[in-house]
Design a protein around this ligand. Structure first.
Ligand code: GDP
Ligand code: MG
Length: 284
């Protein structure tokens, strides 16, 4: 039996604990209890894929709710350090469908971790009531990862979510993709092309490395620093950074990428979400 370790990540009150209960018949405490969600909780259960009826032992880690991968709060610190570790196989990102754009900001950061990701568009029952329609196929295409409508309350989508977990687990590497503005995409492709030319051996996708280099990610810098291609690559990265500074009129990379994440989340929401006319009228 294969074991799959799932890290469940999402903003507070999106239904992470409820979803674990719905998937596994566990009895996690649900609701907004401030201060009790700092600990990671682990639930173990088995699932069987349809194709060969292979059994998987799934460990789900219920991470503390976080609004982003920053370290403003103790919950975010716990969540960030776990998500950056190798202690799990895939991230299930739980999203509140009634609050798509704000939730997708966090999703964007999760897609950048280089880990495999499945998105659960939870509270789909509530979204339906509010006349919110989300095209999950299109969202899956935009993010490069399966997006599954779920409701922990009505149990809709729970089986599909389990299938997606197995499917993504069995993939060789992540297919997640954040699309950036043209100047960043240009510099990503310079770096990727260079790595291809040098046939650089990497366990992580080139694109992921390129993004992390342009974000001046400490871990990736440390890792690349000892590589033979580093001396030749450094000027390319520096030139790329200068391009970004000039284009954005700031040297603050956090700010530059925060703007990128915002634009990506907003763009994705605009493409996949609509609110029905009758409900719009009701909100007037
Ligand atoms: P967590 O903070 O992300 O773990 O969220 P909880 O699981 O504690 O859920 C927060 C609140 O949302 C609780 O009152 C749940 O009953 C409710 N909830 C969770 N999932 C759903 C859902 O799919 N639909 C609806 N309508 N309510 C939900
Ligand atoms: Mg919870």
């Amino acid at each position: 039996m294969k074991s799959i370790i799932v890290a469940l990540a999402g903003q507070p009150n999106v239904g992470k604990s409820s979803l674990i209960n719905a998937i596994s018949n566990a009895k996690l405490r649900v609701g907004n209890f401030s201060g009790v969600t700092v600990d990671k909780t682990e639930v173990v259960f088995n699932i069987c894929d349809d194709v060969a009826c292979k059994d998987y032992e799934v460990h789900i880690i219920d991470l503390p709710g976080a609004y982003s991968l920053t370290e403003y709060t103790i919950e975010e610190k716990v969540t960030k350090s776990f998500l950056q570790s190798d202690e799990y196989d895939i991230i299930v990102n739980v999203v509140d469908s009634t609050n798509l754009q704000r939730n997708l900001l966090f999703t964007t950061q999760l897609l950048e971790t280089g880990k495999k990701v499945v998105v659960a568009l939870n509270m789909c029952d509530e979204a339906k009531k509010e006349g919110i329609e989300i095209d999950e196929k299109q969202l899956s295409a935009i993010l490069g990862v399966p997006c599954i409508k779920t409701s922990a309350t009505t149990k809709e989508g729970i089986e599909a979510l389990k299938d997606a977990i197995v499917e993504v687990f069995e993939q060789k590497e992540t297919t997640a993709k954040v699309v950036y503005s043209d100047p960043i995409e240009e510099e990503i492709s310079h770096i990727v092309t260079f790595m291809e030319e040098k046939k650089y051996k990497s366990t992580l996708p080139y694109r992921h490395l390129a993004v992390k280099l342009l974000q001046e990610d400490e871990d990736v810098y440390k890792q690349m620093h000892d590589e033979p291609i580093w001396i030749e690559m450094l000027p390319i990265v520096r030139e790329g950074l200068n391009h970004l500074y000039l284009h954005n009129n700031t040297k603050d990379l956090d700010e530059i990428f925060a703007d990128e994440h915002f634009a990506f989340a907003k763009g994705a929401k605009m493409e996949v979400m609509s609110v029905s006319y009758t409900h719009l009228r009701a909100h007037e």
